[in-house]
Write a protein that binds this ligand. Structure first.
Ligand SMILES: [Zn+2]
Length: 444
């Protein structure tokens, strides 16, 4: 045994002795569940603010409540100005609005920072302003470079106003444990001449790790599990003369395959934020407290979404069987599989031993199990919560609406989905001070 190894072992032993004492830093106890519990993920992005996206894609999207996509807007050809109402309607239906630069210029050819600022930063503000004038509140946090022309100076300016940028090319897949360049994500590009519908369908399967990839040659891309695929589209029209455009029926087929493959189909900024957050949370170490531990972390970019819900497992073995997980003083009820849904943007969480005043200390099905269910152990339960009764409105102070992909859509006033949301199934999380939050599936 060499000395270095020996001193490492000593260090580990010293750590184990310290384990459990308040104030000491310990292992990283949080592990994010990949791709929000899906085997893989896909983000469809549509560039250039084209009228045919509003005309031909919106009807397809309206039929598929589980599909949310990203539109990268530019004012090239007056795209933003002319189609603002259409994109505002898409934003209101839960789709992401991103930034594709004001004039769709060759950004890497611009060396004047003021000019880059006009194209990138000020245009992000302008998109939000124009869509607000059309009734949609948006938070532009994703960028896509025109012509995928990028360099360090361009990245530097993008980074001051966005937390992520999409370039293009390559197979467009990202592995869970390999941190990408957040300002140069690759994307698989659709063109009529360059791709085909069967190829795109196979790309969905590959992202979902469906197929036999064991026979790949060493020099080929190795597929080791589910990945996040980013797709770049432009127009949506039957016009076969438009090489960049895809037929509405074909994009629908590809969306449907993604759902069938059980991929997490969500906007670029949504999946990108989940993906980026996991590298931070999973590396965050815990600090012991008198009755448990806390884990704190930093937000990597101030332009992350306002809410980034992560589905995580937390190693609480050192604390004992009955634990309480809290964020901002609010208990988090475990999901039926024992995982927790935490808010990354809260920057910390606490795990402590459950005390006499705590009730829910074991995983339970939080999706609308009536409290009268005789199979459920209610002996130690909280004051009974009458789901759906009027009592809720007095007990719960905050209701948050999510789609089934975990995207936070906004706050609502009760366990009902407002009529301006598309028909489909949603999740509503209700919170009350001093009580565990509960979630409920709600359809409209
Ligand atoms: Zn473009």
């Amino acid at each position: 045994m060499n000395n270095k190894l020996f001193s490492n072992i000593k260090a580990i032993t010293a750590c184990s002795i310290a384990f459990g004492l308040a104030g000491f830093s310990m292992a990283a106890p949080i592990k994010t569940i990949p791709w929000n519990g899906h085997v893989g993920a896909v983000s469809f992005t549509f560039d250039d603010a084209l009228e045919n996206q509003v005309q031909n894609l919106k009807p397809v999207l309206d039929e598929l409540p589980d599909v949310h996509v990203t539109f990268f807007l530019t004012d090239m050809g007056n795209g933003l100005k002319q189609n603002a109402a259409g994109f505002a309607a898409l934003a209101k239906a839960g789709h992401e609005i991103g930034n594709h630069a004001k004039n769709h210029g060759h950004l890497s050819g611009i060396t004047n920072n003021e000019e880059l600022n006009e194209e990138i930063v000020k245009f992000a503000d302008n998109i939000e302003k124009v869509l607000a004038e059309n009734g949609a509140t948006t938070n532009v946090i994703s960028f896509a470079t025109p012509f995928c022309e990028n360099n360090d100076q361009v990245k530097g300016v993008i980074d001051t106003r966005h937390f992520i940028n999409r370039d293009c090319g390559w197979h467009g897949r990202n592995e869970w444990d390999v941190e990408p360049d957040w300002l140069a994500l690759k994307a698989k590009i659709w063109t009529r001449s360059g791709a085909s519908v069967p190829e795109m369908l196979t790309a969905m399967d590959t992202a979902a790790f469906i197929g036999n990839f064991a026979g790949a040659e060493p020099w080929e891309v190795q597929i080791k599990g589910g990945t996040w695929l980013v797709v770049l589209n432009h127009g949506v029209t039957d016009d076969k003369g438009d090489d960049y455009a895809i037929d509405p029926a074909d994009i629908k087929k590809i969306f449907e395959r993604a759902i069938e493959d059980k991929l997490w189909v969500a906007p670029f900024g949504t999946i990108g934020a989940y993906y980026r957050a996991h590298f931070i949370v999973d590396a965050a170490t815990s600090t012991a407290t008198d009755d448990g531990f806390t884990v704190s972390w930093k937000i990597p970019n101030e332009h992350m979404p306002k809410s980034v819900m992560l589905r995580v497992n937390i190693d609480t073995k050192s604390i004992g069987e009955n634990v309480v997980v809290e964020q901002n003083g609010q208990k988090i009820t475990p999901e039926s599989d024992g995982s927790y849904i935490i808010e990354f943007m809260s920057k910390s969480l606490t795990v402590r031993k459950a005390g006499a005043g705590d009730s829910t200390t074991h995983p339970q099905d939080t999706t609308a199990t009536p409290p009268t269910d005789s199979t459920k152990d209610t002996s130690t339960a909280l004051p009974k919560i009458q789901l759906g009764s009027e009592q809720n409105s007095t007990v719960y102070t905050k209701f948050t609406l999510f789609d089934l992909n975990g995207n936070r859509l906004g706050t609502v006033s009760d366990f009902a989905v407002p009529a301006n949301y598309p028909k489909g199934t949603y999740i509503i999380r209700a919170e009350a001070k001093g009580q565990a939050a509960i979630t409920k599936k709600v359809s409209r």
